[in-house]
Design a binder for this molecule. Structure first.
Ligand code: AMP
Length: 310
């Protein structure tokens, strides 16, 4: 089916409700994105299409989560290509609102606070980033609620008891591990009625995690950036082999690449993102952890991560 594009919340509600009715659907999936879509986003969309009767993707470059106005201005915008990619995955509806549609009263006074979990790692070098990201994710999760455009009577069964409410799932990439952890916490701490589904990171054949910002890398910088995924793979192999992680040698490997300015590279608890204790890194690896890395390569800040398990 051809994808439908809507730009207002009212149209999103009426069109998604219509689709649910037409398809006799019992589930709706939401895929929030900032556009400039690539195979990583396609994986999110495909997973959502596999798991839901109706799928809505959102395309919105959220000014609230950009500290730097230049970064916001130069963020790539490729709507036609994005719609084609989403349609090819079977997405029903694309919601691409204006900034005024999402923030009709200007910047919101009241926001979601990401708390301690939002202050470390990416949050440390991008103050306010996660508050802005969670605020828009909260709004998008509300907009995408299935049945929001149905008349009240349709969300209850004939006896008037709550029933027949469609399942609601939202899809986020493991690539942005801290964002995924924060969205999971927001949804559980604040009781959002939605299931959050994490989708594994999609990489190019040489290992580089796909990102809309990779297009700003020169050939040399792109080559240099491969050291991030190589270092993560090294830790993954050591973890699988139940060897000591020896994080320091992996850090040295990244630091020895002259075009790469390492910001952080650590091994953390996958839920709290607190660094593992020193002794866990030096003894043979057991259990579950997450390796997080961020670096500046040329003009681009790159992040990547790798789940570790043995
Ligand atoms: P963005 O448009 O960059 O805000 O990303 C939208 C969603 O796509 C987020 O949930 C990201 O985590 C996810 N995403 C971005 N890149 C990848 C990737 N390489 N693999 C999997 N998911 C990704």
């Amino acid at each position: 089916m051809p994808i439908k594009l809507v730009t207002t919340v009212a149209d999103l509600h009426s069109q998604s409700a219509q689709l649910l009715t037409d398809k006799n659907g019992t589930s709706q999936g939401l895929v929030p994105t900032m556009g400039a879509l690539h195979e990583g986003h396609a994986a999110l969309a495909r997973t959502a299409v596999e798991q839901n009767d109706v799928v809505v993707a959102t395309i919105f470059v959220n000014p609230l989560q950009f500290g730097d106005a230049t970064d916001l201005d130069r963020y790539p915008r490729t709507l036609d290509a994005d719609l084609a990619l989403l349609e090819a995955q079977g997405v029903d509806l694309a919601f691409a609102p204006s900034v005024e549609e999402v923030y009709p009263g200007g910047e919101p006074l009241v926001r979601i606070t990401s708390g301690r979990l939002g202050e470390k790692w990416e949050g440390a070098s991008r103050p306010g980033h996660f508050d802005g990201a969670l605020t828009v994710v909260a709004k998008l999760l509300h907009y995408g609620t299935p049945g929001a455009g149905l008349s009240a009577g349709k969300a209850v069964d004939s006896e008037g008891a709550p029933g027949g409410l469609p399942a609601y799932r939202a899809y986020f990439g493991q690539k942005d591990a801290q964002q995924l952890a924060l969205v999971r916490r927001m949804v559980s701490d604040l009781n959002f009625p939605v299931e959050i589904v994490g989708v594994p990171t999609v990489r190019s054949a040489d290992g580089l995690a796909l990102s809309s910002r990779n297009r700003f890398l020169s050939d040399d910088e792109r080559e240099a950036a491969l050291v991030l995924s190589r270092a993560l793979r090294l830790l993954e192999e050591r973890a699988k082999a139940r060897e000591p992680l020896d994080l320091e040698s992996a850090q040295t490997m990244v630091q020895s690449q002259p075009l790469v300015g390492l910001d952080y590279f650590d091994v953390v608890d996958p839920d709290t993102l607190e660094p593992l204790a020193e002794n866990c890194r030096e003894t043979p690896f057991r259990g579950e952890a997450l390796a997080l890395i961020a670096a500046k390569v040329g003009p681009v800040r790159l992040i990547d991560n790798m789940p570790l398990s043995s």
